[in-house]
Design a binder for this molecule. Structure first.
Ligand code: FNR
Length: 403
């Protein structure tokens, strides 16, 4: 069991969809939609989940599997679980436990966590909180000098891999955020925040936590030279001036001596380019459907990338993981491990660190059960022969009738 069983019992969630339901009730709409939403028509957001549901298993029957080996090794790190926490910006708005609580829960479960640049706990405190590996995800917000200072801090603090996200030349068109006025909420104009009061007061538990935590935090890990920590408000503008290109990779190679992981590739060509630039691993990802809409489901893009670079570097993927069986499917198609984003963010929003531990526990139990039902004793033995053909019609995502 990953989390404290007594505490987990108090969270009445049997699956990730249940955690999402609790998160939706606890958060004001503007904050819930920030986590839950995607870009434009959310075609990719939905496809990430439905593509997993369209894949079927080919189990080996009449096989006894007493123990399942869930261990994997990614860029030199031994992990007890083949899934780790994706970088999720603004986590502290979901719950005061934020990035510290999430990293601690990951460490307790024996896995790694990735800290987003867009985080408001100091990276040193996040690193100290977890006994698992911690990686730092960098955006070039504030320019190369700000990023270089953050990278040096990350190395000093003990972060053991640098994740470079390459799919964010600007923020995607997230229309829920636009309609809900997320930008106004984060802005400096006090009067622009008044329309949010009714949704805040109708979510008193979240509001109390938020006020006790000191309100809108600053981004403690993006120190703009001469200005200090970046205020939350400036992020969208700052990101549009922070494009990462392949030309930045050699420079990052110089300033960071550990493994570099390139996040956000969707084609074999880009994966090869990342490897040519010195990446030790690539993450097949469409940013959880939050950037360019109508990119393929990440699981659909995985085989091309595995084929291109899987024999040279570790290939990871993220996007749409909501069940342990989704993790198994990704591993069957050649992923060394997967990242989970919303699956733990819903847990964090629902119940802080305990909620993250609960999400990890759900996925771990799912994973063991799926392996046993599949007749496979180890994640290292999974291969494409466990995957079958697609059904004629895709089921709805989150089709739980109680929701
Ligand atoms: C993200 N993601 C993300 N990625 C990144 O490289 N840096 C970041 O700061 C963020 N921030 C962020 C915030 C929120 C609210 C979400 C939902 C996602 C993308 C994330 O790392 C991951 O790629 C996706 O979340 C994976 O999809 P699922 O698991 O959420 O379906």
């Amino acid at each position: 069991m990953v989390s404290n069983p007594a505490r987990r019992k108090s969270i009445r969630a049997r699956n990730i969809a249940d955690l999402r339901y609790i998160a939706r009730r606890r958060l004001p709409k503007v904050i819930f939609d920030y986590v839950d939403g995607g870009a434009e028509d959310e075609v990719t957001l939905r496809a990430n989940c439905s593509a997993f549901q369209e894949m079927s298993f080919r189990p080996r029957q009449a096989v006894t599997v007493a123990q399942c080996d869930l261990r994997t090794r990614v860029v030199g790190h031994d992990l007890s679980l083949p899934f780790l926490l994706a970088p999720v910006g603004y986590s502290r708005m979901l719950h005061p436990d934020g990035e510290v609580g999430a990293a601690r829960a990951a460490g307790e479960a024996g896995t790694a966590s990735i800290l987003s640049s867009i985080s408001s706990y100091r990276m040193e405190d996040v690193r100290k909180a977890t006994k698992g590996p911690a990686w730092y995800q960098v955006y070039l917000i504030g320019g190369r000098s700000a990023a270089e200072a953050a990278i040096a801090r990350a190395a000093q603090a003990g972060f053991s891999a640098l994740v470079i996200t390459v799919d964010t030349p600007l923020v995607g068109n997230r229309e829920r955020d636009y309609r809900n006025g997320l930008r106004e909420l984060m802005g400096k104009n006090f009067f622009a925040k008044l329309p949010f009061l009714s949704q805040f007061f109708s979510h008193p538990r979240w509001l109390l936590d938020y006020l006790r935590d000191g309100g809108m935090p600053k981004l403690e890990n993006i120190i703009v030279p001469g200005q200090g920590p970046l205020p939350l408000v400036d992020v969208a503008t700052a990101l549009s001036r922070a494009v990462v290109t392949w030309e930045d990779l050699p420079w990052m190679r110089e300033v960071w001596s550990g493994p570099i992981v390139v996040k956000g590739v969707l084609t074999g060509d880009d994966a090869r380019r990342a490897v040519d630039c010195g990446a030790a691993a690539v993450i097949v990802s469409n940013h959880g459907g939050r950037q360019l809409d109508s990119t393929p489901a990440a699981i659909r893009a995985l085989p091309e990338v595995v084929e291109a670079v899987g024999s040279q570097v570790d290939v990871l993927m993220d996007g749409g993981i909501r069940r342990g069986s989704d993790i198994v499917k990704a591993l069957c198609l050649g992923a060394r491990a997967v990242l989970i984003g919303r699956a733990y963010a819903y847990g964090l929003a629902a119940a802080g660190e305990n909620g993250v531990a609960h999400a990890l526990g759900i996925l771990k139990e799912d994973l063991e059960r799926t392996l046993k039902l599949l007749g496979c004793s180890s994640v290292s033995k999974l291969n494409p022969s466990f995957i079958g053909a697609a059904p004629a019609r895709a089921p709805e995502i989150f089709s739980n009738p109680a929701r």
